[in-house]
Design a binder for this molecule. Structure first.
Ligand code: 5GP
Length: 185
């Protein structure tokens, strides 16, 4: 059976990071892709685990060498999906990319067989609450993220599936079901 490239997108604070981690914990056939970014590591983040943290110079060099499946800029930093890493992982497992909506749509252009899944929040207030609880950003930055959320959710119609994250375990199970169904097509 072919291995699948699965894109998980959704607004910041919707819980997609936790969902992605749960997916690989539950299913040994799934691997998480690791993106490159020029943003600074947050407390507790490790290079090569959450992201490959690159200098702007190294990022741009990799981009010039066509080293990204897609890349984009948010909040004045670059984020990109490293092609070599994903291709190597796809040889072994289904690969899950946790990236933003524009990134997901760009991946689909290069890989029409990629499956795009949007994770939607139960409500805007819930997202705000989660971002405040995470306590990694100022209120001003949180407001910017909420604006971005509205933009991301508008692109739902271009995604293959939307799953509302109202219960973590149920959401994870729904995504596993989608992936299994797509693999058997
Ligand atoms: P954060 O800084 O909170 O980790 O991520 C900020 C945004 O960048 C999130 O919306 C996240 O999904 C997105 N992002 C992370 N990795 C990538 C990537 O490789 N490509 C793109 N296009 N976006 C990414």
């Amino acid at each position: 059976m072919r291995n699948l490239l699965v894109v998980l997108s959704g607004p910041s604070g919707v819980g997609k990071g936790t969902i992605a981690k749960k997916l690989v914990e539950k299913e040994s056939d799934f691997a998480l892709s690791i993106s490159c970014t020029t943003r600074k590591a947050r407390r507790g983040e490790v290079d090569g685990r959450e992201y490959f943290f690159l200098s702007k110079e190294s990022f741009l060099e990799k981009k010039e060498n066509n080293g990204f499946l897609e890349y984009s800029e948010h909040f004045e930093n670059y984020y990109g999906t490293p092609k070599d890493f994903v291709m190597q992982k796809l040889g072994e497992k289904d690969v899950i990319l946790e990236i933003d909506v524009n990134g997901g749509l760009n991946v689909k252009k290069n890989f029409p067989e990629a499956v795009l899944i949007m994770i939607a929040p139960p409500s805007r207030e819930e997202v705000k609450r989660r971002l405040i609880k995470r306590n990694t950003e100022s209120l001003e930055k949180i407001e910017l993220r909420l604006k971005r959320m509205d933009f991301e959710l508008e692109k739902q119609s271009e995604y293959d599936y939307t799953v509302v994250n109202d219960d973590l375990n149920k959401t994870v199970d729904k995504i596993i079901e989608i992936i299994k169904k797509e693999k058997n097509r």
